[in-house]
Design a protein around this ligand. Structure first.
Ligand SMILES: *Cc1c(COP(=O)(O)O)cnc(C)c1O
Length: 484
C-alpha cells in the first residue's frame, strides 16, 4: 500500500517524451532570455514513461478518501455530494475558456451569471447586495469585517472591538484580529447558546460588531437572536453572520430577517462546489443597504438588459481578490441552485436536519450528548465517557479503519472530547445505519480491547501519524539535495 514518489521511481536512462515538431523556427533560450534568467543545470524532473506516470497517479488517487468513495461526516464542513452536472456546466467552453481581461461586451453571459447568482444568494440570506470576490469563508469574514470597519470610520465613529462567542469557528477571531480589531470572547450558556448576561456586559460604544453562527457550532439555534440583534444595534454595532454552513436554513429562515447586517456563505459547503484539499473555494459576502457603498470593487450592474462592471465605488474597501473571484465555483453554485429550485433548497435543509436528528438519536447511548435534542444540521457528541482512556481521537481513527471519514474532533472547544457530526441531506438511511454500527463496534472494542483500538488504523496506507512532528517540523516538499 505504499507508493514511492515519482522522483524515486525516476529512471535516468529513460529518454523522455518524443514531441512532434512545433512548426515554428527553433530559438536558442540565450537569444531571448537575459543571462540571469537562464539556468545552468537542467531541472531535476522525474523521468517516467506515460503508463508508469498514469499508474502512479491512479494509485495515489485510489489511496485518497473522498466524498465520491464513502460517507464524510466532517462536522461544520458540509461534505455533501457535489452533482456531476455542475462540472459539466463549469466546463462548457463558453465559461471555461473565458479570459478575465476580455471586454465586457464579449462576456455578457458570464456577467449575467454573476448577477443571477448574486440575486439568488441575496434571496436565500435576506441581504440587499453581495460581493462574489472572496475566495473562502475566512476571506469572506475578513471582507465583511473590513466593510463594517469602513462603515464606522466613514461616520467618524472609532470602534475597536469585535465580540466572538467561545463556540465560534477559529476563523472568526482570526479574521477580526487580522482587521486590527481586539477580539472579546462571549461566553456560552450550558445549553451551548450565547449567554445574554455575558453579552450585555461586553457590549459598549467600542463594539464594532459581533460575529455569530446560527445554528451555532453545537448545532443549536440561537432562539434569542432577535433580542441579541436589538441589544447589538442599540449600542451602534453590527451583526455579522457566519453562514459557512447554511444547510439548516435554506428557504426556511434568513439571517437578514434575524437582524444580521452582513453574511458570508461558503459555496464550497452549502452550494455543492467541491472542497477539501485546499481549494479553490468561494465565500461571497452579502450586506444590507447601509453597508452597500463599502462593497469590494467591482460589482456587476444591470442596465437596460446589459451587464457591466461597476468600478465607480468611491467608498469601496477596494478589490479583495484578483479579477472577480473563483468564477468556476460561481458557475457550479448557480447550476445547483437552478437545478434544485426554491422548493428543492428548502427540502435539502429539511432533509439535512432530519438526517442529523436521526443519526443523533441512533448514537444516543453510545456517546454522550452535552446538549439536548433536537439539533439542526449537525450535532456535537462527547467521547468523554468512553472507558479505558479511549479518546475522541481513537474513535476517529477507528472510524477510518471501518471505511468512514472521521467526524470533526476537539471542536467546538466548549465541549470536552468533542465529536462533531454532520451527515448532510445527501446520505441514505442505510449509510447512517452503517455508521452507527461502526460506532457501536468501536464502543465495544473500547471496553474489550482498548489496546487494539489504540493501534488502529492498521489497514490503510498510513497508520497513526506523529501529528506533533508533522505540525512542528513539516516536510512539504521533496528536495533533490535531501535525496542525494
Ligand atoms: C468552514 C467554516 C469557516 C471557514 O471557511 P473556509 O472556507 O475554510 O475559510 C468559517 N466558519 C464556519 C462555521 C465554518 O464551518
Amino acid at each position: 500500500m505504499t507508493e514511492p514518489l515519482a522522483f524515486e521511481k525516476s529512471r535516468a536512462s529513460l529518454p523522455g517524451p518524443r514531441l512532434p515538431a512545433a512548426g515554428v523556427p527553433e530559438v536558442a533560450p540565450a537569444d531571448i532570455l537575459p543571462a540571469g534568467a537562464l539556468r545552468s543545470t537542467p531541472p531535476r524532473l522525474p523521468r517516467l514513461s506515460e503508463p508508469e506516470l498514469m499508474r502512479h497517479y491512479s494509485r495515489l488517487g485510489a489511496m485518497n478518501y473522498s466524498i465520491s468513495k464513502n460517507f464524510y461526516p466532517l462536522g461544520s464542513c458540509t461534505m455533501k455530494y457535489n452533482p456531476v452536472v455542475n462540472e459539466v456546466a463549469a466546463s462548457l467552453p463558453g465559461f471555461a475558456w473565458l479570459h478575465p481581461y476580455q471586454p465586457e461586451d464579449t462576456v455578457q453571459g458570464a456577467l449575467e451569471l454573476m448577477w443571477d447568482l448574486e440575486q439568488a444568494l441575496c434571496a436565500v440570506v435576506g441581504m440587499d447586495r453581495m460581493s462574489l470576490q472572496p475566495a473562502a469563508g475566512a476571506h469572506g469574514e475578513w471582507t465583511g469585517l473590513r466593510m463594517i470597519q469602513a462603515y464606522h470610520e466613514d461616520r467618524g465613529d472609532e470602534r475597536t472591538e469585535v465580540l466572538v462567542p467561545d463556540s465560534a469557528h477559529g476563523t472568526n477571531p482570526a479574521s477580526a484580529a487580522l482587521c486590527g480589531f481586539r477580539v472579546v470572547e462571549v461566553k456560552s450558556a450550558p445549553d451551548g447558546r450565547v449567554s445574554l448576561p455575558d453579552l450585555e456586559g461586553k457590549l459598549n460604544e467600542r463594539t464594532a460588531a459581533i460575529m455569530l453562527t446560527n445554528p451555532n457550532t453545537v448545532g443549536t439555534f440561537e432562539e434569542e437572536i432577535l433580542e441579541i440583534a436589538e441589544m447589538v444595534h442599540a449600542v451602534g454595532a453590527k451583526l455579522y453572520y457566519d453562514g459557512a454552513n447554511l444547510n439548516a436554513l435554506m428557504g426556511i429562515c434568513r439571517p437578514g430577517d434575524m437582524g444580521f447586517d452582513v453574511v458570508h456563505l461558503n459555496l464550497h459547503k452549502t452550494f455543492t462546489t467541491p472542497h477539501g484539499g485546499g481549494g479553490p473555494g468561494a465565500g461571497p459576502v452579502g450586506v444590507k443597504h447601509e453597508l452597500e457603498p463599502f462593497l469590494p470593487r467591482p460589482t456587476v450592474r444591470k442596465e437596460n438588459g446589459h451587464y457591466r462592471f461597476d468600478q465607480e465605488r468611491p467608498k469601496s474597501i477596494g478589490r479583495v481578490r484578483s479579477f472577480y473571484g473563483n468564477f468556476g465555483m460561481l458557475v457550479r453554485a448557480l447550476t445547483y441552485i437552478l437545478a434544485m429550485g426554491g422548493d428543492g433548497l428548502s427540502q435539502a435543509s429539511l432533509d439535512a436536519v432530519l438526517a442529523a436528528n436521526y443519526l443523533r438519536s441512533r448514537l444516543d447511548g453510545l456517546l454522550e450528548f452535552p446538549q439536548p435534542p433536537p439539533c439542526k444540521h449537525e450535532f456535537v457528541a462527547s467521547a468523554r465517557s468512553l472507558p479505558n482512556g479511549i479518546k475522541a481521537l481513537d474513535l476517529a481513527k477507528g472510524l477510518l479503519e471501518r471505511g468512514f471519514y472521521a467526524p470533526t474532533i476537539y471542536f467546538p472547544l466548549i465541549v470536552p472530547e468533542a465529536v462533531m457530526v454532520e451527515p448532510t441531506e445527501t446520505e441514505s438511511k442505510a449509510t447512517l445505519d452503517a455508521f452507527t454500527e461502526a460506532v457501536a463496534e468501536i464502543v465495544r472494542l473500547a471496553q474489550s480491547e482498548p489496546d487494539r483500538l489504540r493501534e488502529e488504523p492498521t489497514s490503510l496506507p498510513v497508520g497513526r501519524l506523529d501529528e506533533v512532528a508533522a505540525a512542528r517540523n513539516p516536510v512539504l516538499r521533496w528536495s533533490p539535495r535531501a535525496a542525494d
